[in-house]
Design a protein around this ligand. Structure first.
Ligand code: GLU
Length: 273
């Protein structure tokens, strides 16, 4: 694909995580969902092609059921996700409809995008929705996806899913909204000398060390998984921005070219082109 700087982006994938959609007390963050619907609708009206990858199925399901923690069994978690996904999409649809915007739900499993025939169908569906100016809201189909030995149905996490969706849709930019301002040299919660990287052109061993390895987290968004997603983005020479999703309207500032969060783009991208 050709190298596109931020100002000339046309098709973008926005990924939002559970921590931005569910309040610390477990209730749904209606303000965030409403602001997301407003922001993405405005961008769609301005001529951008917008795809949303949203987590929050399990969080919304826990809220519906009045539970304060995840059930322990996989089957119960999958049932909670089934309850929460429909609740989540109901709220998204309501907010998008308020702005006169049609949205659509697309639930994916890993095997669907790995199998060439069904992969083509996913690509075609996304393409058709975008042509109709409908905003796809994509999540993993948590109610059926499990890790099986000979049949891979899980993406791992929604960071990977969003990078894969950016690939399938040939998006110019992935905006990953998290509960942290970007990628830091060290954990900013514990190290006061931690500095925010504004630009990363390559995933080096020292960055992976700064991410803290598997399972280590700055905030609730795992940094290792952000780097893994960024590697997928670099592999197709595209670009990704990791930024704080507390105010989804930050997407407007990002698309104006303001220096926000961490831009992952190879050195062949020149800023301000
Ligand atoms: N698909 C999960 C959910 O909607 C979230 C997975 C993730 O955020 O990595 O609850």
């Amino acid at each position: 694909m050709s190298r596109t700087s931020i100002q000339s982006v046309k098709r973008l994938v926005v990924k939002v995580g559970t921590s931005s959609l569910i309040l610390p007390n477990g209730k749904i963050n209606l303000r965030a969902i409403d602001q997301m619907a407003f922001t993405l609708t405005t961008l769609n009206n301005q001529g951008y092609e917008v795809i949303l990858v949203s987590s929050g199925a399990i969080g919304a399901g826990l809220h519906q059921l009045g539970l304060d923690k995840r059930p322990t069994t996989i089957s119960r978690q999958q049932a909670v996700a089934a309850i929460g996904q429909s609740e989540l999409i109901k709220i998204y649809n309501q907010r998008f409809q308020y702005y006169n915007q049609t949205s659509a739900q697309v639930l994916l499993t890993r095997d669907v995008v790995d199998y060439p025939e069904s992969r083509k169908n996913v690509i075609n569906t996304i393409q058709e929705l975008l042509e109709m100016k409908v905003i796809p809201i994509i999540n993993e189909n948590d109610s059926v996806a499990v890790d099986e030995l000979d049949h891979l149905t899980k993406f791992g996490d929604n960071d990977q899913l969003s990078a894969i969706v950016a690939h399938l849709s040939d998006a110019d930019l992935l905006i990953m909204l998290s509960d942290i301002d970007g990628f830091y040299s060290a954990n900013p919660n514990t190290d006061k000398n931690a500095t925010l990287y504004h630009r990363i052109t390559d995933i080096t061993d020292s960055l992976e060390a700064a991410a803290g390895g598997e399972g280590s987290r700055f905030g609730t968004g795992g940094m290792s998984s952000k780097l893994k997603a960024a590697k997928r983005i670099f592999a197709r020479d595209s670009q990704m921005i990791l930024a704080n999703g507390e105010e989804p309207s930050i997407i407007f500032d990002i698309l104006e070219g303001q220096t926000i969060g961490t831009l992952f783009a190879s050195s062949t991208y020149t800023e301000g082109d």
